[in-house]
Design a protein around this ligand. Structure first.
Ligand code: G1P
Length: 277
């Protein structure tokens, strides 16, 4: 239904310095797998097998990760260590990968617009890899959103409730309930102060976007922090009644922050070692 997924991955990851000085933040591992791989697995599970990445300077490790490493393969061939590469081999086999660079950091909206040549004129998924979303025992968040796209044929954003004090870290939506877990968005605001926030429903880093978003981003002036904000372009679609917000099933970890990253690591390690705490 939706075959393409875009990964904006040009950000500097300043909250993780010095770790991210020469390594992309998307390559930070949660236990033994980099964040970007979790994201691509989620996209493939949702049927999105054409992966587009918007990278930047110092991000070559991303391309290398989704490529064969012949020396390594040769070294471990026939040993038990091969098993550790099964997951990434499957992604390399089942997905295509294309890359483009964002030359200047002008915001998430600008990053999405930079990815336009990789997407074309079709609806597509977006994953912000530092939001790790897990739904053990069920399908991933993007796959859940594709089901909704089938029904509504409009842009969809994943949301979750956040403490009122945290609204300035997120895009915040306002809208009318359609059913328990779905809201038709009437307005959205990028990172409002708590006193200006229309709700405490925050956008997390999973989107399905209809391709008219590109034209809307083109005519979006710089907003919060002087950057071109995806939220502002989506607000235009929302005005036309074309954005649904979805309270997804599963758990999201903010791996863009050290605390969220450690929490995710503990959670994934606990699951793997059978610790139910
Ligand atoms: C971006 C978006 C914001 C969204 C957030 C989710 O912000 O601009 O609307 O709520 O991702 O993680 P960033 O965290 O990149 O500043």
């Amino acid at each position: 239904m939706i075959e393409k997924c875009l990964f904006p991955a040009a950000g500097y990851g300043t909250r993780f310095l010095p770790a991210t000085k020469s390594m992309p933040k998307e390559m930070l591992p949660i236990v033994d797998k980099p964040l970007i791989q979790y994201g691509v697995e989620e996209a493939l599970e949702a049927g999105m097998h054409h992966i587009g990445m918007v990278t930047g300077r110092g991000k070559r490790a991303l391309e290398d990760h989704f490529d064969i490493s012949y020396e390594l393969e040769d070294q471990i061939s026939g040993t038990s260590k091969e098993a550790a590469l099964e997951g990434i081999r499957r992604l390399i086999r089942d997905c295509s990968f294309s890359y483009t660079r964002q030359i200047e950091m002008k915001g998430l909206g600008h990053a999405i617009l930079t990815g336009r040549p990789l997407i074309g004129d079709v609806p597509f998924g977006v994953v912000l890899a530092d939001d790790l979303c897990l739904n053990p025992g069920g399908v991933g968040v993007l796959a859940q959103m594709v089901e909704l796209y089938r029904q509504f044929r409009c842009s969809i954003v994943a949301i979750q409730e956040v403490p009122a004090a945290d609204t300035a870290s997120y895009g915040i939506v306002e809208g009318e309930p359609v059913r328990g877990d779905i809201i038709r968005v009437t307005r959205m605001v990028e990172k409002p102060k708590p006193e200006d926030a229309p709700s405490n429903l925050a956008i997390i880093g999973r989107y399905i976007l209809t391709p008219d978003i590109f034209g809307l981003i083109e005519s979006t002036p710089p907003g919060r922090n002087g950057e071109i904000q995806l939220t502002d372009a989506l607000n235009e679609q929302a005005r036309r009644g074309c954005v649904m917000a979805y309270r997804f099933k599963g758990r999201r970890f903010d791996c863009g922050s050290v605390a969220g990253y450690v929490e995710a690591t503990n959670h994934v390690f606990g699951e793997a070692s059978g610790d139910q705490s």
